[in-house]
Design a protein around this ligand. Structure first.
Ligand code: UD1
Length: 366
């Protein structure tokens, strides 16, 4: 029998560690044929190519090269360029991961062409519509045929939105497949030596959400907390291109440079970054995925957001929310430095076997 062709969509950095295990597992399937489409939402070597090389992801079969723009223009450009790909490739389904603009844009195109949509990481909700990703999640899930949530709370969200139970398949957290299979290479990273850091002797920071870095008041409130914390422990800050741009636009360079223990670096590759966070005393972040990774590594995490679409990392893991409230960030950091933090556990089905479960379901369903 002819294999079912599936277009696998990747667009931005957090997609790459999710598609890697799916691509590897699907290549081995006798029933499924993956075709990799890179939209080019992220295009810098450090935001894209590095992950393909490290995670051994085959070169994209199709590149849409859309680049950065306003949300409307970026989404429109992805849709315009993805439509003829669907016409030429005639896939049985498309598979999207996560919640970036590429996820939603390609899903809309497929839905209009009556091509089946598979969404891995379906059902997570922050209930905060000011967050672009929340819109992407809601729209994508509304038109998805095969919903693959990472955790039980996401299953409940989908059920309460009226999705039929038979469309929902709890598969676990795909990103953790990559984390667990990379442990050895992460261990071998020399990033601590390169930066002159001691295991457990520093804090890691990531910051890129528009609500934190595109708003000067919020950005300043976070920086004020960093100013205090870096006096006690060095803070390593691999800086996202959006954040770098905003520091310069807001004229914050001198303030940032005045913090002698705030170490700015370029965006890191997957192995170096894994080594960095798993060796940290604690992590400060506004990322979604890092809340999950710190829970698996058992490293305390303070999330610089008011809400999270990944509440299981707070209920079961090592995560707490601080928003951009200077006093709260400092108080939580103090609590960690006083060794007064919850232990946390790894949520069910975050076990490195998610890609296998996905393939098994798709071989039956397609
Ligand atoms: C996107 C995702 C976000 C994810 C983040 C991870 C959406 C709505 N947002 O946000 O969910 O957490 O990726 O990084 O899809 N830029 C570069 N080089 C690149 C890519 C971007 O310099 O390779 C710069 C551009 O100035 C661009 C800005 O970063 O305007 C923002 O990029 P964009 O893809 O729009 O959103 P992110 O903030 O990266």
């Amino acid at each position: 029998m002819e294999k079912a062709k599936i277009l696998i969509i990747a667009g931005a950095r957090p997609n790459f560690m999710k598609i890697a295990p799916i691509m590897h597992a699907m290549k081995k399937s006798e029933k499924l044929e993956p075709v990799l489409v890179h939209t080019g939402q992220h295009y810098d070597v450090k935001m894209s190519d590095t992950f393909f090389e490290e995670l051994n992801i085959p070169r994209p079969d199709i590149s849409l090269e859309v680049g950065s723009d306003t949300h409307a223009r970026q989404v429109a450009r992805i849709m315009e360029r993805f439509e003829p790909v669907c016409d030429e490739q005639k896939p049985r389904a498309i598979l999207v991961v996560g919640d970036v603009n590429s996820t939603m844009a390609c899903s809309i195109v497929a839905a209009k062409k009556e091509i089946k949509i598979i969404h891995v990481e379906a059902g997570i909700r922050s209930r905060d519509r000011s967050m672009p990703e929340e819109i992407n999640r809601m729209v994508t899930d509304a038109i998805t045929d095969i919903l693959m949530p990472p955790s039980q709370d996401a299953v409940q969200n989908l059920l309460s939105e009226g999705h039929a139970p038979e469309k929902i398949h709890l598969v676990g957290n795909i990103m953790i497949d990559t984390l667990l299979s990379s442990r050895k290479l992460v261990e071998q990273s020399k990033i601590l030596e390169t930066l002159g850091l001691k295991e457990n002797g520093f804090v890691s920071l990531t910051l890129h959400r528009p609500s934190n870095v595109d708003n000067i008041e919020n950005f300043r409130k976070i920086l004020a907390a960093l100013e205090v914390i870096q006096k006690e422990l060095p803070i390593v800050f691999p800086i996202h291109p959006r954040t770098r741009k905003m520091i310069s636009e807001f004229g914050l360079e001198d303030y940032v440079a005045s913090m002698k223990n705030l170490i700015l670096t370029e965006p890191m590759g997957y192995f170096d970054f894994g080594k960095l966070i798993s060796s940290s005393y604690f992590v400060l972040t506004d990322s979604g995925g890092i809340q999950e990774e710190t829970t698996v590594y058992g490293i305390p995490c303070i999330t610089l957001r008011e809400n999270t679409e990944r509440p299981v990392t707070v209920w079961e893991g090592t995560n707490e929310l601080a928003g951009c409230d200077t006093a709260k960030i400092i108080a939580l950091a103090r609590q960690i430095m006083d060794n007064n933090w919850k232990q946390g556990r790894i949520p069910d089905m975050w076990d490195g076997k998610t890609a296998g479960r996905i393939i098994e379901i798709l071989e039956k369903e397609l």
